[in-house]
Unconditional design. Sequence first.
Lengths: 112, 113
Amino acid sequence: RKEVEQDPGPFNVPEGATVAFNCTYSNSASQSFFWYRQDCRKEPKLLMSVYSSGNEDGRFTAQLNRASQYISLLIRDSKLSDSATYLCVVNPFSGGYNKLIFGAGTRLAVHP
Amino acid sequence: DAGVTQSPTHLIKTRGQQVTLRCSPKSGHDTVSWYQQALGQGPQFIFQYYEEEERQRGNFPDRFSGHQFPNYSSELNVNALLLGDSALYLCASSLRDLGYEQYFGPGTRLTVT
């Protein structure tokens, strides 16, 4: 089983749509959680951290359920510029050091 | 303030050759991590360097080795290249105590023919 698993995608949605991405992780001792965005042939960039209490940044809402080991990202009112690959990321923090474990990513294509 | 820089941008090598990739961390950062991203996959953790020592390692063979210099810059070396080593190699820098906040460089795209 992969350490981080995401919806396979791709998601093709019209502008203005609401889209939700899901992710599960296998290491229950994981310490921190993130969503990264990666544009085609570019480096990943941090979109937002994910907390158990849920957090919102404009049109983006992230949620963490530690009991179910489940992470979600909701994008409201999709824009053309949201087209990218969204990577679910977990930090297991073992041995006193941090590292990032990435899911395979879910590709989002927003069309006019 | 310069972000993470990597060189070269692109590289083409032949099977069996050796390659060295370079990374300069963001100013003030002391920890460097390397990731391999194959086409259509998420980045996979290779190893992490802090205080010039390898601190963590992912599931990669010994053909992959690295180094960190006193100025915190780092190199990734891959020996006996295989076709499967073709990928985008990403360097990420962070502060030791804030290692979950990693900043990525633009990557080096390695093609092995």
